[in-house]
Design a binder for this molecule. Structure first.
Ligand code: HEM
Length: 132
């Protein structure tokens, strides 16, 4: 190889090496797109722990909380929309209404549509019973 050819060859090798280095840096570093597409973590309000004593204080039709399977719901706004005579739900306000929910008082469970409504009214979790 002539001296000129050797220089040209060295320059070519150096060029390819630096190109590969740049590519490697690009691949290894986080791509800007993947940062902006990272799953967005919803900011959910802190889950409140509510004990029976607090639940019990919300036992009126105009202030109606119920516990259902360990979750606490504020159904005050929903009560007038429930498709039964108005007197049916208030007795469950301020109580653990799991059985009422499961059976509707007539031995039949609520529909999946009714179940899907629950999260909208959830305000916390029921504190574990200390006597359990
Ligand atoms: C916990 C006490 C409750 C009792 C005893 C109760 C009872 C009943 C009864 C007797 C019916 C009519 C009968 C029937 O459609 O089969 C009914 C229907 C219904 N209830 Fe309730 N309910 C309760 C709570 C709730 C709550 C908290 C919701 C919603 C968040 C709800 C949503 C519905 C809906 C959407 C229907 C129409 C039928 C269905 O989708 O199952 N109920 N409920």
């Amino acid at each position: 190889m002539t001296p000129l050819g050797r220089i040209a060859y060295t320059v070519l090798v150096a060029f390819i090496a630096s190109l590969l280095t740049l590519l490697a840096i690009d691949w290894l570093g986080p791509a800007p797109d993947s940062i902006s597409e990272a799953p967005h973590i919803e900011e959910s309000p802190a889950i409140r722990v509510i004990n029976m004593e607090e639940l019990d204080r919300h036992d009126q039709p105009d202030d109606c909380w119920m516990a259902i399977h360990g979750q606490v719901y504020d159904f005050t706004d929903y009560l007038p929309r429930h498709p039964t005579p108005a007197h049916l739900l208030p007795p469950y306000c301020g109580t653990d209404a799991s059985v009422g929910w499961d059976t509707k008082g007539i031995g039949r469970p609520h529909s999946p549509r009714a179940r899907d409504m629950l999260p909208d009214y959830r305000i916390g979790v029921l504190a574990a019973d200390p006597t359990d």
